[in-house]
Ligand binder design. Structure first.
Ligand SMILES: N=C(N)NCCC[C@H](NC(=O)CCC(=O)O)C(=O)O
Length: 468
């Protein structure tokens, strides 16, 4: 877990002690199944199912608390204001003034005239924090600050409205401009489609040492090349390159690779549905990347320049098919550094229910490889929308000085877990169907809950209704 202070980088400069912190998205009060994500098999197949927002939020809090209990740095990323009345007003459903009465009228009109748009305005999708931003730790960047680029999530209307709030939340959680640079999202156009950390992995030795940042894209906007034909490639090479440039990453420590188009067409809508990496370990399916062997080679060579040795744990198609990987979310697992230098694997319950995946995990338990130890979590409510353990978290490697500069009350511990669980119990419904989104009372409930949350977390006004 802890980097060794004595370890020296090639420059001879001491490597600062640093940790990986996980910021998990707290599920918002409007969590529902509206079938909004084309190409995401779970979202499409669970359309119109009744959701349980209370249970969803408690399942997420349980994972956060369990990982904090194991000694990992764990924090919480607040939900967004939903339904987004400002989106509905932008789309012409203007009610009266900005008062609550006016907002209720906006919701009633949207429900009557365009329920699909109301559903897009109501999604709790900001819970999938892996899509909140791409993060480059200070050891990798030219100016020695931690850089954040909120993802524009331009492909889906319901997700394209997240980045402004994400930017405000990140600025509230990482307020020191000396340590942190929070950028605006890239322009939200198809050329620059960006889905954040779900398509980005950082390999390194100790967390405080310079790492190799690995960007995985689905297609090139310019210059042709192969692309999926059935489902969308949400991330472009051009977006990934722009992020690497603005974060000040060196080309010698950056790798760009393409996801296989045929697996995107099989439901792998983000790279983190087929691969996960941490420190020196890459855990992936054999059909994750175009020209996979040369991807390993380049990663290995660049990582070696930073004194670390890439270790690949590759799962063959013959043992776990891409279909089983998509339905079980085996690769949407978290790899967490253990004190002995090996990695703990955090998987969703669905992996245990899939015979070939469960058998593979059992073989892994007996093997003597870089992955040691497994933890299983029930995240069923999120999984039904295509969000597993890795989707729910944003990883931020931080050194001691940076950890001290984070808003203090977002760190998970027994007290915060108790406070947030009670807050969920007080404010969340245990049943929410898409028809319930027409109820203007849901907006009142959601704002009341979020207003209280910002006080509980001590992060000041961040939501539009608080800033108006
Ligand atoms: N793989 C990662 N990192 N994240 C998972 C995101 C799931 C999300 N699902 C949704 O947005 C479904 C919402 C709905 O259908 O109601 C998406 O497709 O963008």
């Amino acid at each position: 877990m802890q980097a060794t202070r004595t370890q020296l980088e090639r420059t001879g400069a001491p490597v600062p002690t640093a940790f990986e912190a996980n910021f998990d998205g707290l599920v918002g009060p409007t969590h529902n199944y509206a079938g909004l994500s084309f190409g995401n098999v779970a979202s499409q197949s669970n359309e119109k199912r009744i959701a349980n927002p209370k249970q969803a939020a408690l399942q997420g809090l349980h994972k956060m608390k369990a990982l904090a209990d194991l000694g990992y740095r764990q924090a919480v990323l607040p939900p967004h204001e939903r339904p987004s009345v400002s989106l509905l007003r932008t789309l012409g459903f203007g009610g009266g003034s900005g008062s609550n009465g006016g907002d209720a009228e906006v919701i009633r009109r949207a429900a009557a005239e365009a329920p699909e748009l109301l559903a897009a305005a109501s999604s709790a999708s900001a819970m999938w924090a892996a899509n909140a931003a791409t993060v480059s730790p200070s050891a990798d960047t030219a100016d020695g600050r931690v850089h954040f680029t909120p993802a524009n999530l331009a492909f889906n209307l319901h997700r394209s409205i997240e980045h402004r709030t994400t930017q405000r939340l990140l600025a509230a959680l990482f307020p020191s401009e000396r340590h942190f640079a929070v950028h605006p999202a890239l322009p939200g156009t198809p050329v620059l489609g960006d889905e954040g950390a779900a398509n980005h992995t950082r390999f390194c030795g100790p967390y405080g040492a310079r790492g190799v940042e690995f960007f995985v894209y689905g297609r090139r906007a310019y210059g042709g090349g192969i692309a999926p034909s059935r489902y969308p490639a949400r991330q472009t090479l051009e977006a990934s390159q722009a992020i690497a440039r603005r974060h000040g990453l060196s080309t010698s420590a950056t790798v760009f690779a393409q996801q296989r188009p045929d697996v995107i067409d099989a439901g792998v809508f983000h790279n983190d549905v087929i691969a996960v990496g941490n420190q020196q370990v890459l855990f992936c399916h054999e059909r994750a990347f175009v020209e996979q062997a040369s991807v390993y080679e380049v990663l290995r060579e660049k990582l070696a320049r930073h004194g670390a040795t890439l270790q690949v744990v590759e799962v063959p198609d013959a043992e776990v098919s891409v279909g089983d990987a998509v339905s079980s979310y085996l690769f949407n697992s978290q790899l967490l550094a253990r004190a002995d230098g090996r990695q703990l694997l955090v998987v969703p319950q669905e992996c245990m229910e899939n015979p070939s995946v469960a058998a593979w995990l059992e073989r892994l338990r007996d093997a003597d490889g870089p992955i040691a130890g497994q933890r299983v979590f029930d995240l069923r409510e999120s999984m039904r929308n295509g969000g597993g353990p890795a989707c729910l978290r944003l990883r931020v490697a931080l050194n001691d000085a940076e950890i001290a500069a984070v808003a203090p009350s977002v760190w998970m511990n027994d007290a915060l877990h108790a406070v947030l669980s009670a807050w969920v119990e007080r404010h969340y419904r245990d049943r929410l169907g898409v028809d319930d989104l027409a109820d203007p009372q849901l907006l009142v409930e959601s704002r009341t809950a979020l207003d209280e949350l910002t006080t509980l977390l001590g992060i000041g006004p961040v939501y539009e209704f608080q800033l108006a």
